[in-house]
Write a protein that binds this ligand. Structure first.
Ligand code: JCQ
Length: 228
């Protein structure tokens, strides 16, 4: 998969995408990631990316020209252009799965300045939010999405990792897990996990996962049609 990112803050991307699973996916050629500075698509002496809103009001807006020009240079036959903004639809694991099936993503980072509406109308295939809070810019949301999508690319996870029945893949939060020692500072691992009875262990885990999800995230059960 190819992912291009358009941002005013390319330096923010050094670090999170050079570690762990994303690093390995890049090294193995599963992910071809490129970060582009929006300012490189300007032509004036001051490399202007923003301007005042028509009609007045506070703040500035990202000018459409650099974004259109970048899109024209970067887009391919099957590009999905996604704006990162708190006004987008809320990103989740099923959207991550959907994005992992795409050939090419172009992630355009918004900022406090906001987009000229013509970018939305003419260019955006989608607008995504990573949650109900406002950040200074869309770089962190872009990295969150890249991380969540990359680990779903075929071959990105090791065998033991991909076999793992993680939270959200089955619609439930994870059950409690323990490793050695069997007793630590007086806290004991539940007896059933030491029993060797795999049927009982599976039953216990499912029960714990359901209970935990009901307590912490009833919305997930509702979303999956378990309760309403
Ligand atoms: C994304 N959740 C929060 C901030 C405006 C118009 O675009 C804007 C983009 C941002 C940066 O993204 C977020 C965000 N998901 O704050 C303001």
């Amino acid at each position: 998969m190819k992912i291009d990112v358009l941002t005013l803050f390319p330096a923010m991307f050094a670090g999170p995408l050079d570690e762990s699973i994303v690093k390995r996916a890049r090294a193995e050629g599963l992910l071809d990631l490129a970060i582009h500075n929006l300012r490189d698509y300007t032509h004036d002496r001051h490399r202007t990316v923003d301007d005042k809103p028509f009609g007045g009001g506070p703040g500035m807006l990202l000018k459409p020209e650099p974004i259109f020009e970048a899109m024209e240079k970067l887009s391919r036959e099957k590009t999905r252009l996604i704006l990162l903004t708190p006004a987008g639809r809320k990103f989740n694991h099923s959207i991550a799965r959907e994005l992992a099936r795409q050939e090419h993503l172009l992630l355009v980072c918004g900022s406090y300045e906001g987009f000229d509406e013509r970018v939305r109308e003419a260019l955006a295939n989608d607008e995504l939010s990573i949650g109900d809070y406002v950040l200074t810019n869309g770089a962190l949301p872009a990295m969150v999405i890249i991380d969540a999508v990359t680990r779903l690319l075929p071959g990105a996870l090791g065998d033991d990792q991909s076999a793992h029945d993680e939270s959200f893949s089955c619609g439930l939060l994870e059950y409690p897990q323990y490793t050695r020692p069997a007793e630590f500072r007086g806290m004991k691992v539940p007896e059933v996990l030491l029993s060797g009875n795999h049927a009982e262990i599976e039953k216990w885990r499912l029960e714990q996962a359901k209970q935990r999800t009901k307590e912490r995230r009833r919305d997930l059960l509702e979303q999956n049609g378990v309760v309403d």
